[in-house]
Design a protein around this ligand. Structure first.
Ligand code: F6P
Length: 328
């Protein structure tokens, strides 16, 4: 069933920014325009809905942004949108601008907001997964993950150079508040001695065992990649406990932080974002709402937004096993 009533849509980016969000905005605006629909950009995520920060967008307002990191619409984690009062103001502004549908590019927190907004006011919404964490169900990859992964890999490669020169042990923290996708894959790609992720139960004894094995096989330097959300402890405590156990180790800590969120999106992220932005608009005019667009095995698919929020993609535990074998 198509939705012929949609004449004007709005697009926003919400939550942590991710490389490729601009490519997604471009795809939404240009697809909408190609169908004769009007399109507004909303600045600073849901805050812009609440404060009426709307800007009319056409094909030329998204020129030369496909290669740009960040988001031209800016992003925010809106606490005001979590209140019924804030959402009511947001809906008033949507009515004022004759918005018939909303595209929300963001992560699961942003989708929760979109879902509640739809349930309260009936405005059709669609989610586009944009987060470097890759922790969203209903898509093989999220927008920004591939770029962030490559940024992390390149940074760890550089750390390896200095680790080798000084026979040092490095603990490197990568982003991923609740998910270990970046840690696991950047760890494998850089030949990490060990990878610590929240999805896997780790222990200091196991980590020490790995260091002992590494000493035995004659490794003179090593890298342990730790996801930000690792449950065993924060990276400084892990490094300290290791120093206490192995006083002869020369240990350093490197926290990669927000460099992982910036930079020009990779080819894979630009293509993914273009496909998803197109898919979001096509889905809405097709009558879909309260779903998230995703790409699985190269095909556009739509998943109910509550499923995308609640479920999680399984981490590939085989990769941990493989990395353990290859690290020695
Ligand atoms: O959700 C993406 C993410 O980059 C997480 O990996 C990280 O924990 C968080 O955002 C950091 O958020 P902020 O930029 O608000 O500090």
């Amino acid at each position: 069933m198509s939705n012929q009533n949609i004449k004007t849509g709005a697009v926003l980016t919400s939550g942590g920014d991710a490389p490729g969000m601009n490519a997604a905005i471009r795809a939404v605006v240009r697809t909408a325009n190609s169908l004769g629909l009007e399109c507004y950009g909303v600045r600073e995520g849901y805050n812009g809905l609440i404060h009426g920060d709307f800007t009319k967008m056409g094909p030329r307002s998204v020129k030369n942004i496909i290669n740009e990191g960040g988001t031209i619409l800016k992003s925010a984690r809106s606490s005001e949108f979590k209140t019924a009062e804030g959402r009511a103001k947001a809906f008033e502004n949507c009515k004022k601008h004759n918005i018939d549908a909303l595209v929300c590019i963001g992560g699961d927190g942003s989708f929760t907001g979109a879902k509640v907004f739809n349930e309260e006011f009936g405005l059709p919404v669609i989610g586009v997964p944009g987060t470097i964490d890759n922790d969203i169900f209903g898509t093989d990859n999220t927008i920004g993950y591939d770029t962030a992964l490559n940024t992390a890999m390149e940074a760890i490669d550089k750390i390896r150079d200095t680790a080798t020169s000084h026979n040092r042990v490095f603990f490197v923290e990568v982003m991923g508040r609740d998910a270990g996708f970046i840690a696991l894959n950047s760890g494998i790609a850089t030949g990490a001695l060990d990878i610590l992720i929240p999805e896997q139960k780790d222990s200091m004894e196991e980590l020490f065992g790995t260091f002992r094995k590494a000493e035995k096989v004659g490794k003179s330097s090593s890298i342990v990649v730790v996801a930000e959300g690792e449950k065993l402890g924060n990276i400084y405590d892990l490094a300290k406990a290791t120093k206490d156990e192995f006083p002869n180790f020369d240990i350093r800590v490197a926290v990669l932080g927000h460099i992982q969120r910036g930079g020009s999106p990779s080819c894979a992220d630009r293509v993914l974002a273009s496909k998803m932005g197109y898919g979001a608009v096509m889905g809405l005019v097709d009558g879909k709402s309260k779903v998230m667009v995703g790409v699985k095995s190269n095909r556009l698919i739509y998943t109910p937004i509550e499923e995308a929020i609640k479920k999680h993609n399984e981490i590939d535990k085989d990769l941990l096993k493989i990395s353990e074998i290859l690290a020695m």
